[in-house]
Ligand binder design. Structure first.
Ligand SMILES: CC(C)(COP(=O)(O)OP(=O)(O)OC[C@H]1O[C@@H](n2cnc3c(N)ncnc32)[C@H](O)[C@@H]1OP(=O)(O)O)[C@@H](O)C(=O)NCCC(=O)NCCS
Length: 155
């Protein structure tokens, strides 16, 4: 991986092949919570979808919306590294890249929710500087609890 060329880019146009590829990455990361061909087009057009590319191939995806009531808040709806590429520092690179993208865009806070049992994800967010704000019981259904994390962008 050391010599791989890593880039981050925002998706501005899409076709069904790209949507299928992104949906497969999501399906490999989440169960019924996976984003899919109904949700990716909306997020690409009305939110922001960022791709992490390793030597030109998609190896991670992050999906972001801006908050309706707080224009200074961005929320990460989805964040996943492709199966087989995890545990190599790519999640950290994608997260750092997104933070840089949001900096200077009027965004002051970034929030996300994470499964408390997902040790690598929790560790990644803590190491990147996110702080736990709350425990959200039953957030996505009975016994589907999440931790709410927040990152503050300095001026
Ligand atoms: C969670 C996920 C996004 C993390 O991405 P990843 O590429 O596997 O993680 P990384 O290799 O970047 O990070 C792994 C570890 O190195 C740390 N790390 C990596 N680069 C680092 C750096 N430059 N500085 C500090 N810490 C770093 C991470 O914090 C983490 O810590 P740990 O060793 O205590 O586990 C990925 O595993 C995934 O897609 N999982 C399935 C879906 C999921 O759970 N998504 C999150 C939803 S909220």
């Amino acid at each position: 991986m050391n010599n791989e060329r890593i880039t981050i880019e925002r998706v501005t146009e899409f076709d069904s092949q790209l949507i299928d590829e992104l949906s497969q990455i999501e399906a490999g990361a989440f169960n019924d919570g996976a984003l899919n061909r109904w949700t990716f087009p909306v997020l690409i057009r009305h939110g922001a979808v960022f791709l992490l590319k390793c030597d030109g191939k998609i190896c991670g995806v992050a999906d972001i919306i801006k908050d309706w009531t707080d224009p200074k808040l961005a929320f990460i709806v989805g964040f996943a590294i492709k199966e087989g590429e995890r545990g190599k520092g790519l999640g950290y690179k994608l997260l750092s890249g997104i933070i840089d993208e949001l900096r200077g865009n009027g965004i002051k806070k970034i929030q996300l929710t994470v499964d408390p049992k997902s040790e690598r994800a929790v560790s990644l967010y803590r190491k990147a500087g996110f702080k736990q704000l709350a425990e959200l019981a039953n957030e996505y259904g009975p016994s589907v609890d999440r931790l709410l994390f927040e990152f503050e962008l300095e001026d």
